[in-house]
Design a protein around this ligand. Sequence first.
Ligand SMILES: [Cu+2]
Length: 176
Amino acid sequence: MRRLVLISAALCIPLLRGAAPASADQSAIAITGAWSRAAIAGRTGVVYLTITDAGAADRLTGASTPVAKTASVHESFNDHGVMKMRPVAAVPVQPGKPVKLAPGGYHIMLEGLTQSLQPGQTFPVTLTFANAGPVTTTATVQKAGGGMAMDHGSMGGGGSQSAAMPGTTAGSAPKQ
Ligand SMILES: [Cu+2]
């Protein structure tokens, strides 16, 4: 049945791409460098990664992972000096322009972790694209304090990240 649908769809747009294989779009999306932070079961977590599109323009529309009840695409933004975040319906992906989900910008928000995430551990994350469909990658857990820890510092509720502001010590390395 599915094959029939694909064939009839191709017949409807003979001028577009001729007999281009139906799987071209899916293989064009590549996800690299996925990483997460150490976190406790039941709390929130985060995944960062880079999306590269070698095919047609696409949109990232959702995410899922077995280690959390829900995973969604979020965006951090600066609201008059206060870092906040909000869900985004879709992130446009353009060929030749890698989209980096990184601290301070887009990220995959994990809510209701079903297990603790420990440094060195890996887990699968599936991103859903409007055209390419689901694409699964593997995220590696890094230490909680690694990188820029401010992004989700207010979400965990534990307060362990409130003492030090990463970045404030950048220019003051001790000299001996
Ligand atoms: Cu978030």
